[in-house]
Design a protein around this ligand. Structure first.
Ligand code: ADP
Ligand code: MG
Length: 346
């Protein structure tokens, strides 16, 4: 935010803590029957009837998990909710409620926080979840966001990382690697802009990738689809750190091995083209890029006919005996140990 612009913006101090909370949250209403009491008391009250409750929480720190240089506040609000909703979906549950806690320094204007809450509100609408609370505190420097998401699921229908069996099929939704490439494109633009502020970025060619990075979606639709297809996955996880890392999580929790076939990994053509441009290997990007927020799950072989025609789902491998470990079967048929490199290895 430029200094001269800031003077026309509203400072947080002027509103005070309670004024700010009210200002940011008063437009939120409840859409779910299960929400008995939301914002405004010491705690929220929820009625899940006979279902099990699923809870997940995540924290995002400025400079570590997001950079406001290329992350607009509205997108940040949206993404903060989505990553938590994604965790609820990864349990096979329906996301229902969120709390949003923020710490902000006086560098942030009320208008900037309004934008953040516009993103939160949009995500609440898209995913049909109610905002039922949070906390608002001052920080010395920067912004931290903590979102807690709740969800509901029929008893004994939750899917854990630990349920995969030998011979189960390994399935992934959507395509992989694009969010990482979107980050690479934005980072390149930022560097060009720093060297030459007159530079006008042309991101048209990369719209899909940038969108995957800035506006990821949780695959609530896949959970609904699996319900309709009457497929109960044996294990499931969402892809936040990269395919390799998530496969290893399932293998470890389920005490199985895995054969992942390189030629089956779904990668968008724009992503492949951009890999060529950046001299990156598409398989490595899909394995280690992260932030795709697709769902990775295993199913019994007998369920294969139920999913095989669906363009949103790709079988990428199968589970093996634990002694075989997690292996990548390359295009040339070579078996390599699957390495979870994580984001920082790039
Ligand atoms: P307490 O002192 O009990 O922590 P607060 O004054 O922090 O209460 O919060 C008052 C109400 O506003 C509570 O219902 C709380 O959940 C909600 N709330 C506070 N901050 C936020 C926020 N950033 N987003 C959503 N709800 C919030
Ligand atoms: Mg509080």
């Amino acid at each position: 935010m430029l200094e001269e612009q800031r003077s026309s913006l509203q400072s947080i101090e002027a509103l005070g803590e309670f004024g700010l909370i009210d200002h940011l949250t008063s437009t939120f209403s409840h859409s779910l029957k299960s929400t008995i009491t939301g914002i405004g008391d010491d705690a929220a009250v929820i009625d899940f009837n006979n279902k099990h409750t699923v809870v997940s929480t995540d924290m995002l720190v400025e400079g570590i998990h997001f950079h406001l240089g290329y992350m607009p506040m509205k997108h940040l609000g949206y993404k903060s909710v989505v990553v938590n909703v994604s965790d609820i979906c990864a349990m096979n549950a329906t996301p229902t409620h969120i709390t949003v806690s923020i710490s902000v320094s006086s560098r942030f204007s009320v208008e900037a926080l309004e934008e953040f809450y516009e993103g939160v509100a949009l995500a609440c609408k898209v995913y049909k979840v109610d905002l039922i609370g949070g906390d608002t505190v001052a920080s010395q420097k920067g912004m931290t966001i903590s979102v807690t998401a709740l969800g509901a699921i029929e008893k004994n229908k939750a899917v854990y990382r630990s349920g995969a069996q030998e011979n189960d099929l390994l399935v992934v939704s959507g395509d992989l690697g694009s969010a990482y490439l979107g980050f690479q494109v934005l980072e390149r633009e930022r560097q060009v802009f720093e060297a030459n502020p007159q530079h006008k970025p042309d991101l048209d060619l990369y719209t899909y990738l940038v969108e995957r990075q800035l506006k990821p979606e949780a695959r609530k639709d896949i959970i609904e689809l699996l319900g309709q297809l009457e497929v109960q996955p044996t294990a499931m996880i969402d892809i936040s750190d990269g395919l390799a890392s998530e496969i290893k999580h399932i293998c470890k929790s389920s005490t199985v091995g895995c054969h992942l076939y390189e030629d089956k990994i779904p990668i968008d053509p724009v992503a492949i083209r951009t890999c060529e441009e950046f001299s990156l290997d598409p398989t490595t990007v899909a394995l280690s890029g992260g932030e795709d927020y697709e769902l990775l799950f295993t199913i019994a072989q007998e369920d294969y006919p139920k999913i095989k025609a669906n363009p949103n789902l790709t079988v990428i491998g199968h589970m093996t005996d634990k002694s075989q470990g997690a292996q990548l079967i390359t295009r040339s048929g070579e078996a390599l140990e699957l390495k979870a490199q994580g984001w920082s290895a790039f």
